[in-house]
Ligand binder design. Structure first.
Ligand code: F6P
Length: 322
């Protein structure tokens, strides 16, 4: 099995970008190790802190954020970082070429139950001619990403990565401390009979999503004339990974549960990188009304509705929104 670095070198990925992703993976290997230690390392549970979005941070949210932040800010390649767990962007090297957005530990409510979590990342270039580091630099649509991926900390640790030439899956071999290529090209099947959505929010969704899901639930007794199955891991990394592996539709739609917070998922740390992966694997990713990667961001912590996955099924869902 090929190691991570030669695979990207053979694919003519920019050597600096390859080096940056490799650096990021050093932190992810450390997070993977800490998660395996779990309760033994005394790092599970909740901290006294809240992030800028008013969410209580888990101890491992803070530790993972610090590990990634420290390693990225040591790199000459990184101009600045934006993390879901940081209030503001953090400046790095004045000559750095890249901007890195990340969610250090997605699905962190799963930590205490020893279940799936992951790190999601998105890399862009500093717009030409821009000096210093500021939030505006980050406000580029998802189409500007030069790389995106996630590391899934599950029974094995896996990296799904795109640099704009398909999606590769690597599996971490901790006996040699390397990610090895285990799938050259991930492709999302176009049709599916599986969906993932938090059904407990059903009564708060808008009419198009209510109608679409009702038709899935009606199965072969309704207009779809086929039975559907449902899964919900409560960690976007886990749900999107399943979609990449065997197809499906994943949605976190607009809801009216909390009028001040109509969307749950973050554009820069979750929706954009996952959309890049999904599109590169042949799937579709939308808010219900527009392509996620075309959205012009207005602030780094903004949230968005998400419907992504198998092409034909997502397009069916979108047809209810027209
Ligand atoms: O954004 C955080 C997140 O944990 C996602 O990873 C996941 O898809 C979603 O929230 C879970 O939401 P809920 O708490 O509604 O199940």
């Amino acid at each position: 099995m090929q190691r991570f670095l030669p695979v990207l070198q053979q694919d003519n990925v920019d050597p600096q970008l390859t080096s940056l992703i490799n650096t990021l993976m050093v932190a992810c290997k450390e997070i993977s190790f800490r998660l395996q230690q779990g309760e033994l390392a005394g790092i599970l549970g909740t901290s006294q802190e809240e992030n800028i979005q008013g969410e209580t941070q888990k101890k491992l949210d803070i530790i993972s954020n610090q590990l990634i932040k420290d390693i990225l800010l040591e790199s000459d390649l990184v101009r600045a970082i934006a993390s879901e767990e940081e209030d503001y962007i953090v400046a790095g090297s004045p000559n750095g070429r890249y901007l890195v957005c990340f969610d250090p530990l997605d699905g962190s409510s799963n930590i205490d139950i020893n279940s799936l979590v992951g790190t999601i990342f998105s890399i862009m270039e500093v717009p030409e001619g821009q000096e210093g580091a500021n939030e505006e630099m980050f406000l580029q649509p998802g189409t500007a990403q030069v790389a995106a991926g996630y590391v899934l900390y599950g029974p094995s640790t896996q990296l799904a990565l795109t640099t704009g030439n398909g999606v590769r899956l690597f599996t971490y071999d901790n006996t040699i401390g390397e990610f090895l290529l285990t799938q050259e090209k991930m492709t999302i099947v176009e049709d599916t009979a599986e969906f993932a959505i938090n059904m407990s929010n059903q009564r708060f969704w808008q009419a198009p999503m209510q109608n679409y899901i009702n038709d899935l639930l009606a199965g072969n007794t309704g207009t779809r004339d086929k039975n559907f199955n449902m899964r919900w891991i409560a960690a976007m990394v886990g749900d999107v990974h399943r979609v990449l592996c065997r197809g499906g539709l994943f949605a976190y739609p607009t809801d009216a549960k909390n009028p001040e917070k109509p969307y749950k998922l973050r554009l820069m740390y979750e929706a954009n990188p996952m959309s890049f992966l999904v599109e590169q694997a042949g799937g579709v990713s939308s808010t219900g009304y527009e392509r996620i990667m075309s959205i012009q961001p207005t602030e780094i912590h903004q949230r968005v509705a998400v419907v992504l996955g198998s092409k034909n099924e997502v397009n069916t869902c979108l047809s209810y929104h027209k």
